[in-house]
Design a protein around this ligand. Sequence first.
Ligand code: M6R
Length: 610
Amino acid sequence: MCGIIGYVGFRDSKEVLLNGLEKIQYRGYDSMGLLIVTKQGFKRVRSVGDIRQLRKKVADAGGNSGSWGLGHSRWATHGPPVEANAHPHKAEHIYIVHNGIIENAEELKAWLKGPFLSETDSEVVAHCILDSYKKNSSLKEAVFDTISKIKGEYAIAVMSEKDPNELIAFKKGPSLVIGLGEKEIFLSSDAQVFLPYTNRVIFLKDGEMAHIQNRETLYFYSDKKQKIDKPITLLDSYFTETEKKGYPYYMLKEIYEQPDCIANLIETHVNKKACKVEVGINNEKDFLDQIVQKGRCNIVACGSSYYAALYGKYAIEKGSRISIGVDMASEFRYRSPVLSSRTPLLLISQSGETADTLAVMRMAQELSLPVLSLCNVAHSSLDRGASAQLYMSAGMEKGVASTKAFTSTLFILFLLSIVLGRKKGSLSLSEEQKIIPSLLLFPDQMKEVLSREKECVAAAHLLRALKSFIYLGRDIYYPLALEGALKMKELTYIHAAAYPAGEMKHGPLALVDADTAIVGLAPKSHVSKKTFSNLEEARSRGGKMIVVGTRGDKESVSLSDCFLSIPSCNTYLSSILCVLPLQLIAYHTACSLGHNVDQPRNLAKSVTVE
Ligand code: M6R
């Protein structure tokens, strides 16, 4: 979950690295550090906190600049976020930055002499390289020797005071990209860091090493230590720079971008003339036909992307009668799932870098299963590794709490349910044509819901004083209840859980008292009456009722302490509309508690360790 960057060139590396760290801090923001190679020697600055604290510390340290260096943004795995645990770590003349986990760190620690000055697994790598260097006197050989000893998944970049004109990077697991400029070379976990300077990039594969010898010379090696040629990729599509555009937080900006994201997806995937949904898939264009032929597809993802997958299951199974298996990637990879041959797999990930989801991709590759990725970040590891690709196309999402990528995913899954329904023969063309007008109207309905933000501010006022939250929904609203609860807990740090409304009597009802918020998702639908009964049962036990319902619906209004209204529409679309007030109540409750909603404590945007 950490971010690595490196620079070799002619610019002031301090500025390049600090600007790069600012972009990559979505990977971890509990501590940061950099190493600059100056004429006077190596200079390391580390600090607790995000880029603002590091900038201040670098400015206070003053002086020396140089045109080589390394940088790191940390999300703590081993040891708390204190300066001693921040990267770069050093062992005598060896400096390293590391992303990932060294699984045999304790064994290596017992074998190496130290002294160890941090609690991290990363520092062990520096000592291991030092030990090998003493025997080999070559940084490259020392790194090769070290990677034969360390276990786990990791990306590292290494420098030595004895070889100040060398920078070595190695990857096994987490992403690592090289950027080639004019007489300058960049290195990063994410290409966006150097896109202001160059779009010519080389993606390292697992087991590969990059050896930079000066700003114009670098070599690549395979895991067999053989020199290899690597193809250069020109990044034509990547996110352009994003600003807050006057919003106090990226998250709020991203909430308000949702109608445009959906309008953009409609432009791409809906043929308005023919009144038909046409979802374009890259590479294996017949992927959806493969799903229909098999009559089955597994969808695997983590976090909000998993909840979106659950929505996909409900929508696709109902719309097309195709059986959909849904799993969390962290479970799927270890639970020995029964995978019949050639059953298509859909992997969903905003970042395309989530470690567990990538592990599932590798499992699928070993079994030669067709893999369709649904990513927001083009050129991410998942996007490059999948056999077919689809995109959320939501633009860069900076807030750690996913919003626009989530709703874009739901919308695409709804579109997929329509296409699969048609291909399977469960949805007639005339039925599809009836749905299209509601799709076209949808961005305006989203805008309308957002225009009622004040209702959510009022709800947040009530919610901030409560001790726990229970989100309830039935059928297609249940995955949205899960998402609402996740938004609330990750932003407010107050416990929130979601249940299918019909499950309350089987245990969770015991939790309800006057300090409990019950957030019910009950727009008019085939299940709303049933949900009302369950909400009534919770209200009778003293719960404070927040109900998201159809505008003008008397029953939901009378049930609520706070009523959050959405316009009437198709059930699959109304469930997507429900998430907008849920995002806003989580956002406003967190703001009123004084939390930084873009960088919630203990979290990172991209989860690159398992
Ligand atoms: O990049 P991914 O979609 O693979 O990320 C999955 C989760 O880490 C992510 O959705 C996480 O749950 C968000 N913080 C939710 O807001």
